[in-house]
Write a protein that binds this ligand. Structure first.
Ligand code: NOJ
Length: 549
């Protein structure tokens, strides 16, 4: 049973066109943001109660990870009803109130849509199984006969991203495809009923008044005809480095062209952002051609180490890839799937899943510098809840509290995403540091109190105040997020980046030694302590400075 609401109006402040081109978008992971009813799990009412905090932080929009009805086999990325709220997060009325309040505060709301797979508890899949092999609903998923004498082997050699085979056999002997957990069967986008259903889901949420969608596994919807074997290649090594028979197939773009027509039916520039792990920024650009989606996450940027040459290359490549399609570049350092960047930068470079705390002070210094660099770039930036507090990943969670399905599928060798999902601290003391009155679904470390919003507010040296100042300066410095290029300034020492934007300079030191440089203008903000004397300044190790010129 669904209810219908007249969609609340989008914020009238910032009613200019292209609001999303330079927007700073804050990711809320609802189960870990704020818990209003003391059940240890964050909820929509908790998010609503903290909207003033987000407005004051200075972000433009909030992206909420899934809060739909779900058995939570993958923290809500296994959706059992795309038009209902899971009771643990609240009700549709709560969603309506949240959207309305956000708009009243001038914040836009982006929700997740999960079209690559449903939950195995979604009505379609339950009927596909329950009605037996002849069920027409089987064609909405990828059911196949197995290989081997008695069909006892999976239909092809694809592996689940979470480990193990990408196929599970049902009682009547057929196999179904799941690129993620077995509880997340992949939908068959060649079946027109699937496309119809998702256009209807988009409309449902657009009618509710949301300003856009984050498209989960946007690169996965179309599979190569015949579901060909990979043929003995190391699948995990290929992931994100190559076009795969199940990822980044050209056919996905037709889907997004049809979604764009739906988005464009609505007033107020409703947008979509692709979660598309593609081999190159050029292939990412295909998702944001003018008649497709508006933005795509820049995972190449997220994966870049704290290294001046690498950063400059990825910034140039990202801007160059977006220019021909006219889309803004996007920038992101953390999300709910990777080790928080404070911890990545605290360790020697080693991918996006790190299991050791490393040198925390170093990680935080670099993280603060990386944020000022990111927010000085043209385009749109994504923040992940808690990064404004400088939270590290919680690397020592006991195995028995872990919930990431990939941890279990990969026999504890992988799947450490719970470490970035620990509920965030609001107060210096008290039960779950103000997250809620009933504890927290993952244990919070003792260090959380000193990192809380309460402890950092008003402390000018804190990371929270740095974010507040940076976001406020970004609004005030004309056009900082606009444009499509940066002018690199010559003559900087190795490991130091300097670039110009209109009326603005940014200097970044990625090395472990301070560097003395001429001051290019009036200092606006710095990620570390800097003194300017007689036209010169010392740029500390691992720091960034903003200048107005
Ligand atoms: C990407 C999401 O960000 C991640 O959390 C999820 O596990 C997979 N997609 C599967 O939906």
């Amino acid at each position: 049973m669904t209810q219908h609401f007249a969609g609340p109006c989008a914020p009238t402040t910032g009613n200019r066109t292209g609001w999303w081109r330079d927007a700073v978008i804050y990711q809320v992971y609802p189960r870990s943001f704020a818990d209003s009813n003391g059940d240890g799990m964050g909820d929509l009412e908790g998010v609503r109660s903290r909207l003033p905090y987000l407005r004051d932080l200075g972000v433009d929009a909030v992206w909420l990870s899934p809060f739909y009805a779900s058995p939570q086999a993958d923290a809500g990325y296994d959706v059992a009803d795309y038009r209902a709220i899971d009771p643990m997060f609240g009700t549709l009325l709560d969603a309506d109130a949240l959207i309305r309040d956000a708009h009243d505060l001038g914040l836009r709301i982006i929700v997740d849509v999960v079209p690559n797979h449903s939950s195995d508890q979604y009505e379609w899949f339950r009927r596909a199984i329950g009605d037996g092999p002849a069920s027409p609903l089987r064609d909405r998923y990828h059911f196949r006969e197995g290989k081997g004498e008695n069909g006892e082997l999976p239909p092809n050699d694809w592996e689940s991203i979470f480990g193990g085979p990408a196929w599970t056999r049902v009682a009547d002997g057929a196999w179904y495809l799941h690129l993620f957990a077995p509880e997340q069967p992949d939908l068959n986008w060649d079946n027109p009923a699937v496309a119809d259903e998702f256009r209807s889901i988009l409309r449902f949420w657009l009618d509710m008044g949301v300003d856009g969608f984050r498209v989960d596994v946007a690169h996965g919807l179309v599979k190569a005809p015949g579901l060909p074997d990979l043929g003995g290649t190391d699948q995990l090594r290929l992931l994100g480095n190559d076009v795969m028979p199940f990822f980044d197939q050209d056919g996905v773009h037709e889907i997004y062209r049809s979604w764009r027509t739906v988005l464009d039916e609505y007033p107020g520039e409703r947008i979509a952002v692709a979660e598309a792990w593609t081999p190159t920024v050029e292939r990412t650009a295909n998702y944001v051609r003018p008649d497709e989606l508006h933005q795509a996450f820049n995972f190449q940027y997220l994966g870049t180490h704290w290294d001046a040459a690498e950063l400059r290359d990825v910034i140039d490549a990202s801007l160059a890839a977006m220019r021909p399609v006219g889309a803004p570049a996007t920038w992101v350092l953390s999300n709910h799937d990777v080790t928080r960047h404070t911890t990545r930068f605290a360790n020697p470079p080693a991918g996006t899943q790190i299991r050791t705390p490393g040198d925390r002070a170093l990680g935080l210094r670099r993280a603060r510098a990386a944020t000022l660099l990111m927010l000085a770039l043209p385009g749109s930036a994504y923040l992940y809840q808690g990064e404004e507090l400088g939270l590290p990943d919680v690397t020592d969670l006991p195995d028995e509290v872990r919930q990431d399905p990939s941890f279990f599928r990969a026999a504890g060798q992988d799947g450490f995403r719970d470490g970035c999902r620990v509920p965030i601290p609001w107060t210096a003391e008290g039960t779950s540091y103000g997250f809620g009155s009933g504890g927290s679904w993952l244990p919070q470390p003792a260090s959380w109190g000193a990192l809380s919003v309460e402890a950092q507010t008003g402390d000018t040296g804190s990371t929270l105040e740095l974010y507040r100042a940076a976001l406020s300066a970004r609004r005030e410095l004309p056009g900082l997020g606009a444009g499509e290029s940066v002018d690199w300034l010559p003559g900087t020492p190795a490991g130091v980046l300097a670039f110009a934007r209109p009326g603005f300079r940014c200097t970044v030191n990625t090395t472990s030694s301070p560097v003395r440089l001429p001051a290019p203008g009036r200092m606006v903000l710095a990620s570390a302590e800097v003194t300017v004397r007689e036209g010169e300044f010392e740029l500390p190790a691992d720091s960034t400075v903003w200048w107005s010129v």
